[in-house]
Design a protein around this ligand. Structure first.
Ligand code: F0G
Length: 360
């Protein structure tokens, strides 16, 4: 170890790391929890079983500070709001946006108000919003109702809107594409994402396009989006009045970034598909058991999507690189995890009994 010396300085958060690509200046106060720099994990077992000719990697966004990709957009939205002296923030959320908004607002010293659909957000996300100190309103309606109310209020009151309609959210979220290119040294051939309010697939596309326009990479991937079958307006081509899915994060019937997401899909040569709740939960279990990667159900939509496209022969015999964004951590939704997993086995506090049970 003689020649080893300490390595000083770690990741500085995505605004500092990608400052030249973001609309910030010297006078922008950077509100950060050192989000970004999430691992791009190469599949070991799933690809070998499912598609040995593809290179499959998972962009594990659940490892952001509040456990989802939302932190990328929130560091930008809150920093720019702080620059303008904003005092209060508001968002509608299926859970992750509210957790992230509450955390970054707290860090900026702003008051945070979040509107969530009653009974339809995962327990971990509710715990986060409450603990970060957000004023948390449970609305007797769905996400689309919450977003309508939020738009009406932010149109009329000096409160910052933190949904992905906020262009700064998109600016932050596009950095995930930069990270993928920076790690691989080139863009992937395909990028798969779950789609709810349709902001993230749009932001990724903008990120890839920007890297190409600046001459940093010479091509862009095909963007492939996956919605839950009970909440698939982009696939059906019309809003869904009563969206329903176990993947509560993407239980959205009328996405705010509808047109942008469809443009991303079209311009990149990609597509959108629906995956059923059964397919989502199967992929959720397989990702955990085959790779040791625990995500929330909505995140598994991209994995279910890969499986679906493989079954359809979509990738042919091509040797392609495929990146899947898995958007949120599995601990966000412990109820679903415990409900569908194999249950623990009861045993007395006795070595003999344990040995017998395990048939050692
Ligand atoms: N995955 C997770 C874990 C999410 O929380 C969301 C969106 C998505 C995927 C879909 O991303 O909306 O950009 O298409 N969650 C939002 C929220 C709606 O309120 O937390 P999108």
């Amino acid at each position: 170890m003689g020649s080893y010396s300490v390595r000083r300085g770690g990741w500085r958060g995505l605004i500092e790391e990608y400052r030249q690509f973001l609309p910030v200046s010297e006078s922008t106060p950077v509100i950060s929890l050192l989000e970004g720099n999430t691992p791009l994990i190469e599949s070991r077992n799933l690809a070998r079983e499912w598609c040995p000719n593809l290179r499959v990697l998972f962009k594990y966004e659940g490892l952001n500070p509040t456990g989802s990709f939302k932190d990328r957009g929130m560091t930008m939205a809150i920093s720019k709001a702080a620059e303008r002296g904003v005092r209060a923030t508001l968002c509608a959320s299926t859970g992750n946006t509210s957790a992230s908004a509450a955390a970054y607002s707290a860090r900026a010293g702003m008051m945070s108000i979040v509107l969530i659909p009653e009974g339809k957000i995962a327990l971990g996300k509710l715990a986060q919003a409450l603990t970060y100190g957000a004023r948390t309103l449970q609305v007797d309606g769905n996400f689309d109702d919450c977003l309508r109310i939020v738009r009406e209020i932010t149109d009329n009151y000096p409160i910052e809107l933190l949904n992905s309609l906020n262009p700064m959210r998109m600016e932050g979220q596009k950095t995930a594409s930069f990270e993928v290119c920076d790690v691989l040294g080139e863009p992937p051939d395909y990028h798969l994402l779950p789609v709810g309010n349709a902001g993230n697939i749009t932001a990724y596309w903008w990120g890839y396009r920007e890297y190409r326009e600046r001459g940093i990479v010479d091509r862009t991937p095909r963007m492939l989006g996956f919605q839950a079958a009970g909440a698939a307006p982009l696939v059906e081509g019309r809003p869904v009045a009563r969206p329903e899915t176990v993947a509560t994060a993407i239980r959205i019937g009328n996405p705010a970034r509808w047109d942008d997401a469809m443009a991303a899909v079209r311009d990149s040569g990609g597509g959108v598909w629906a995956v059923t709740d059964d397919e989502i939960l199967e992929a959720y279990g397989e990702l955990a058991r085959l790779e040791g990667i625990f995500v929330e159900p909505a995140s598994a939509a991209s994995v279910a999507g890969l499986k679906k496209l493989l079954a359809e022969g979509f990738f042919g015999r091509e040797k392609a690189t495929v990146v899947l964004t898995v958007t949120g951590h599995g601990l966000k939704d412990p109820d679903t995890a415990v409900r569908i997993a194999r249950q623990p086995e009861q045993v007395p506090a006795d070595t003999e009994a344990v040995v017998r049970l395990l048939e050692l």
